[in-house]
Design a protein around this ligand. Sequence first.
Ligand code: ZN
Ligand code: ZN
Length: 247
Amino acid sequence: MSDLRVTFLGSGDAFSAGGRHQAGYLVQAPGGWFLLDCGATTLMATKRFGIDAGAIDSIFISHLHGDHFVGIPFLLLEFRYEQQRKRPLRIAGPPGTEERIRALIRATFKEFSVQPLPFALEFIEMSPDSPISFGELRLEPFRVPHQETETSLGYVVEVAGRRIVYSGDTGWTEELITRSHGADLFICECCYFETRLPFHIDYPRLAENRQRFTAKRMILTHLGREVLARRNEIEMELASDGLTVDM
Ligand SMILES: [Zn+2]
Ligand SMILES: [Zn+2]
């Protein structure tokens, strides 16, 4: 293992097409471990792939759709009862993140939600184009077209001298080209094939623009039913659950 590893804990969409886990990408970096998104299946995926979820320091949420953040209460439960965690946990996401996550914890584990946690839970709300640094880690959120009134973010992450770009869920935008320019890894959603929508990406759109992407490695994820059914026609790299990328 190199000093920076990305593990695709979930490469599926909200419908868990093909039995795939929902969104969750673990980055194991020298300065700490963090998740990009935490879908409903994230804790299960860490155990399936033999990863200690307790070593996660931060969770960065792209947007407040269930397949990207509903796994958080299960992680908190794991940290409280299975691991006796003491280290703080940082959760950052778009505006409204703290309120939505607290409501989610109340809805899922009501009595647990009113007990004090034995570790600090720190919430940070991110605005598009307002970068934040945590030690060696720099996180630059950018707005992507995915929801009408709520904010959906993509992230440019600079860590340990490398750059990882994550699209989150998004429709086609030229920013996918510009933000991922020269990145070491570009994790890009590709939810559909024949269906074309303004708030998700279809494979033909990526294929049309393929020569314009300059990331050293680009991996398509958030793969839906149509994409999986026609995977033999796809000439770009597709994620799978458990895929690791050493960088
Ligand atoms: Zn979404
Ligand atoms: Zn999604």
